[in-house]
Write a protein that binds this ligand. Structure first.
Ligand SMILES: [Zn+2]
Length: 272
């Protein structure tokens, strides 16, 4: 650092960006220049959420040219990831492969965010020097391994360099789990408290019979209502069936009576 010419425009710009990144860190990446070479940065980038790289942490080098920011940086992936070759300069629009696309107003932060956006690209959009297209299962496997990957230069794991901001979701998840665990506890506490009143009610007997008596009437009327609803239906049916059975005897009786009257009439006519 002592050999750096702080009047150099590139050095000024790089130190300014380093301060800006240190003062305004992102949960998506951490980046800083090497202590012995301000033109080389090491960055740990979080895999884009919702992709096969989610959960992955990827370490890469950012090489800034002496003409920075008028010439673009170069990126070189270090952590195996299944998307970019390692130890190879990556060809994306803002790197040294495409100097004409680089704008001096951009910076290291722009390059990092841009690289993150290149992770999920597939097909023709993903073609380029340093690009590889490993199967999703392999990318997921590498994403899981990447968290404990240690940079030989930084000598720290990716997870140490970029701890999960999931620190915020984590308390939410445990709290939700505690919430989910909380209901069982009250449920468990309720039966425990219920028997304990029973034991107390053994001393105060009137309290126990009352709660027992109240649930019983509640249950019995319900069952009675059900029985009453079910009972009337069969009863009218049986009555309807029994009525037609009673009609034939009545008709027979009246017919017999009529016949007897006629017979009596005939008998009386013959006698007189
Ligand atoms: Zn490193």
């Amino acid at each position: 650092m002592a050999t750096l010419n702080k009047n150099n425009s590139a050095v000024k710009r790089i130190m300014q960006e380093a301060r800006e990144l240190a003062n305004d860190p992102s949960p998506e990446y951490s980046a800083a220049p090497l202590e012995d070479d301000i033109f080389e940065w090491h960055c740990t980038l979080r895999g884009p959420a919702g992709t096969e790289f989610e959960g992955g942490l990827y370490h890469f080098r950012i090489l800034l040219p002496a003409e920075y920011p008028f010439r673009p940086p170069s990126l070189m992936m270090l952590t195996p990831n299944g998307r970019f070759e390692t130890d190879t300069k990556i060809c994306i629009s803002f790197t040294s492969y495409h100097e004409e696309l680089w704008q001096p107003a951009w910076g290291v932060r722009t390059a990092i965010i841009g690289l993150q956006g290149f992770f999920p690209l597939k097909g023709k959009a993903a073609v380029g020097i340093g690009s590889i297209e490993h199967p999703t299962t392999e990318r997921k496997r590498l994403a899981a391994l990447s968290r404990s990957w240690v940079c030989p230069h930084c000598r720290e794991s990716n997870l140490d360099l970029l701890p999960d901001p999931v620190a915020l979701p984590d308390p939410v998840a445990p709290s939700s789990s505690t919430e989910s665990a909380a209901p069982p506890e009250p449920l468990a506490a309720a039966p425990v408290s219920a028997p304990s009143p029973d034991t107390d009610s053994a001393v105060v007997t009137p309290l126990a019979p009352n709660p027992v008596a109240t649930p019983n009437p509640v249950a019995t009327p319900a069952s009675v209502h059900i029985e009453r609803v079910a009972a009337p239906i069969p009863r009218p049916r049986t009555q309807v069936i029994s009525q037609p059975r009673q009609r034939p005897p009545i008709l027979l009786d009246t017919a017999i009576c009529v016949i007897l009257v006629l017979v009596c009439g005939i008998v009386f006519r013959r006698m007189f």
